[in-house]
Design a protein around this ligand. Sequence first.
Ligand SMILES: [Zn+2]
Ligand SMILES: [Zn+2]
Length: 203
Amino acid sequence: MLGKINQLTIVRVGNVFSFSTLQEIGDRLLTAFEGIIGDYQVSHHESPVTDSIDAYLLTMVLHTEYRGHTLGITDADLKTDDADEFYNVIIGGKNPCNDVAVVSTRKLSPARIESNTDYELLVNRTVKVSLHEVGHNLGLTDHGTYTFAADGALCPMSKGEYNKFGYSGYVRAVVDGRGVRFCDECNYFLHVVHGRQRQDPRS
Ligand SMILES: [Zn+2]
Ligand SMILES: [Zn+2]
């Protein structure tokens, strides 16, 4: 956590989503991080049409261009240099050396987007992965186990296990299982570290 975290810049990398969808995602992030992130702005980063982007490089480019608390969203695959084929494409990541998180919609998208329901599913998944990565920007850490929030959905920081499901299975089991509310442990952290008021779990 290097800079001001109450302002978030959401950067569209390439042609993923319309600006109104990015605003919907931004509004939902503000609701989830109410009392911590007060405002966001949407920006656009020109990117050549490409199948994949190096995740680390993208965080460095966005850090240089925007500084501060940033979330990049792309429809290209995010590659890492991990030797394991399964781990060298990621749905989201965060550079620990700056405040830049990135999310890829590539593996989150249903096979075809033919209806509003398909599109909403993709937007919901993107919100949930964005919550996880922005949560890392705020200092939250992964739950290796399945940790539930008070509403019965998985806490957005739940990571689960990758290999058990393969990618589409992982997205359905873990990403779709997440809600938009944090568990007690994460809420406590957000309260102590960022001074957020405790929320009534029933509301
Ligand atoms: Zn994580
Ligand atoms: Zn949690």
